[in-house]
Structure formats: C-alpha cells, structure tokens
Design a protein around this ligand. Structure first.
Ligand code: SAH
Length: 269
C-alpha cells in the first residue's frame, strides 16, 4: 500500500482510486475484519500490569471498533494508527462521543514506520491487520517500540490442519503466502523475540457475522458504482473468498496470538 500523500500536489492514481473505493465500502462497518468485543476482552485478559500511564498502540485500527473496546477496558493512553484518513476521522469522532479523547487518539500513518519512540509502548495491538506487513516481519519490527516486558496481541489467519484441499491451499498461498499452522506461528513469534503467552481460535461465527454484515452493503455499493468495473471486480473477489470460506472453513481461521517481549535476564553475581 502506498500512502505518499505528504507532497503538496497529490495526483490520484488508479491505486488511490481503488483504495478509496475499498475505504468507502468498509467505512460503514464497526469492524473491517472478523473480531468481536468478547474476543478483544479475552485477549486483553492475558495482559498484566496496565495502568493509567500505560501506552498502547493499535496498528491497522480501521474505524476503531476494537480501539474503543480497549479504551473502555483499560485506563491508559491509546494511539490508533491506520493508512486511511476517513477511518481515523471516524475513530476520533467515536473517542469524542465516548468522552475518552484525552487519552485515545487516532493518527494517520503506516505500520511499516510507526511514529513511536523506541522502548515506549506497554502493548501493541493489531486485529486483522498484521498480514499487511507480514506476521513475522511485523512482530520483529514492532519489537523495538515495546518496553522490556511489553506485550503484543495480534490476530492472524492460520491453518488448523496439516493437509488441505488444493483449492484452498492454492488460494491462500497466493493471497498470503505466510499463512501457516498454529505451531509454526508460535515459533515465528518466539523467533521474533517474544515469550509465548497465549493463543486461541476466534469462533467460526465471527467469520459468518463478518460476511453476513456485508450483504446489504454490497448491493448498495454495486448500485452506486454501477459504471465502475473495479467495484464489481472487488465485490466478486469478496464473494469468491466468502464461498471458499463456506466450503473450507474447517481448515483455516483467525487466532489471537499474545506474546511478551523478553525482560533482560539479571546477571548472576
Ligand atoms: N483492526 C480493524 C481493521 C482491520 S482491516 C478491525 O479488526 O476491524 C486492516 C486495516 O489495516 C485497514 O483499516 C487498513 O487500512 C489498515 N492497513 C493496511 N495496511 C496498513 C499499513 N501499512 N499501515 C497502517 N494501516 C494499514
């Protein structure tokens, strides 16, 4: 994804147009990926020691569904980061509505270059978004922004089984080659410098909810953009992904992975 809008005269390219359409499509949703308040709180239950001074980053926050859940459940400062300004506007609007704008703020930015000081964060959160940078790369690169003992909590698409039908294997290997099994993901987290804390599967019903919630929106979106080939292509691709999920959901799904940046080991005297 390209977010070079820092130049004074930004000339839109076909990519901006496509992404703007996708942004418009997802803006009406509370969440832009499978997830729920309950699962966010369950993952948060593994994180110890958060207080009023804690600093939390929510990378790829979207419109801030899980950010607001975190805000209600923790007293610390939260920065939501996303590429899309319209998502961030919605997040900041919600923070004002909930009266948490003094400690919850959305900023436009790139998870590949997060705007945080090194060693400043107690917790990095990322639901349905780390795949944009890649699971292991994201975990490795975000590591330096955490304090020693700081936590990371991310969701990631994962194989549940060791052998899969060719159709679904080929689809995900093309769409996200880093998709792997649960033990492989845990090993990647450990290689990236974290102690493994917990992993759990998100209920299948969340995918069904996520796909169902899009049905009406798809119709309206297609009608509005009837003359735009990309809109139809995009919805066709979404529908194909949904049909694959219906056929092969036994083989893959999202997990939450929670890890902890290793504390320096005290040297023996
Ligand atoms: N966490 C939200 C959104 C998940 S969708 C939820 O679970 O509902 C993935 C989000 O990542 C999108 O909002 C997308 O705009 C954002 N994103 C993609 N690439 C990004 C990048 N390089 N930096 C920051 N955000 C990015």
């Amino acid at each position: 994804m390209n977010n070079e809008n820092n130049n004074s005269e930004h000339i839109p390219t076909v990519h901006d147009f496509d992404f703007n359409l996708i942004c418009e499509y997802f803006l009406g949703f509370e969440r832009q990926g499978p997830g729920s308040r309950e699962m966010t709180l369950k993952a948060l239950g593994f994180i110890e020691g958060l207080g009023t001074d804690s600093r939390i980053a929510d990378l790829g926050c979207g419109t801030g569904g899980q950010t607001m859940t975190l805000a209600a459940a923790t007293p610390g400062h939260i920065t939501g980061l996303d590429l899309f300004p319209a998502f961030i506007d919605r997040l900041n609007g919600q923070a004002c509505e909930l009266g948490v704008q003094d400690r919850v703020r959305g900023v436009v930015g790139n998870m590949e270059a997060p705007p945080f000081d090194k060693g400043s964060l107690d917790l990095i959160w990322s639901e349905g978004a780390i795949y944009n940078i890649g699971f292991e790369r994201g975990l490795r690169e975000w590591h330096e922004y955490l304090k020693p003992g700081g936590y990371v909590a991310v969701t990631e698409n994962t194989w549940f089984t060791d052998r899969r039908p060719r159709e679904i294997e080929d689809f995900w290997n093309a769409a996200y080659p880093e998709i792997d099994t649960i033990p492989a993901k845990i090993a990647a987290m450990q290689r990236a410098g974290y102690e493994f804390v917990a992993a759990f599967v998100l209920p299948e019903s969340l995918w069904a909810d996520f796909y169902d919630s899009q049905k009406d929106k798809k119709e309206a979106f297609l009608q509005k953009h009837a003359g735009t080939p990309f809109a139809k292509q995009y919805i066709d691709a979404e529908n194909y992904e949904t049909s694959l999920w219906n056929r092969h959901k036994a083989h893959y799904g999202y997990l939450f992975y929670i890890g902890r940046k290793a504390q320096p080991v005290p040297t023996e005297r």
